[in-house]
Write a protein that binds this ligand. Sequence first.
Ligand code: NAD
Length: 257
Amino acid sequence: MSVVESLSPRPGLRVLVTAGANGIGLAIARAFQEAGARVHVCDIDTQALAVLPDGITHTVADVSREADVVRLFQEAVRLGGLDVVVNNAGIAGPTAGIDEIDDKTWAHTIDINLNGQYRVAHRAAPLLRDSQGLLLNLASVAGRLGFAYRTPYAASKWGVVGLTKSLACELGPEGVRVNAILPGIVRGPRIEKVIEDRAAKRGISYAEMEQENLAKVSMRRMVEPTDIAAMALFLSAPGGANISGQALSVCANVESL
Ligand code: NAD
């Protein structure tokens, strides 16, 4: 196989993407399908699930509920097994200072962003051992930098990086790779809401907050959801076969958020 051929995943991969109905998850699901994979997604947004591209199958499932995750895997294995599991579900969590956060908000963010990825990894591990597959966890640059007023989110994403590195150590000798992708500021409705909330917190305008965020990005522009999908495809391709236990940033951020 040439180096150029090694950049594309082999056709026929069986792929599960959590939270695949919108945003980054949908971009990843579409890209895998375009690369010849068979794709199953889950989400809680039933309206968006109803208009998925033809051929992508789905389960309505909330990763914070164990019973939903069990049902998700019962349905996803109808693909005949799983080669790639993309642990993408995650919420933005509150924009709040440490004096404002309460136990409930803290626990909710951790339960979806970190415990949800654990629940999916727990069910995925035996299937990925069978296929010698790949677990891809969506973290964030907030999983390697500080993020003022967004501590629950940042803490959950640092946790995702720890989950990734530990599972890579554990499952690597059994032939399973585990990596984290750390997106920067990705264009879409989620980031618009985060910028809006942070601007209100700081008492500055949306434009000023956006400008401040982009000043910390060397390329001065947002990442596109398809940039994240490109990294997911590369890591699933033969060219990525010796990459595991890594936290790979897809961004041009050079300092704190
Ligand atoms: P998004 O908000 O655009 O989409 C999230 C999807 O998750 C939605 O379809 C939603 O219905 C679904 N979802 C929410 N809670 C769920 C649950 N409990 N179970 C199942 N599905 C659930 O988000 P996005 O921007 O596409 O982010 C995807 C991942 O990338 C997240 O883990 C996020 O933290 C991470 N990320 C995003 C950015 C960014 O700038 N957008 C940056 C860094 C990391």
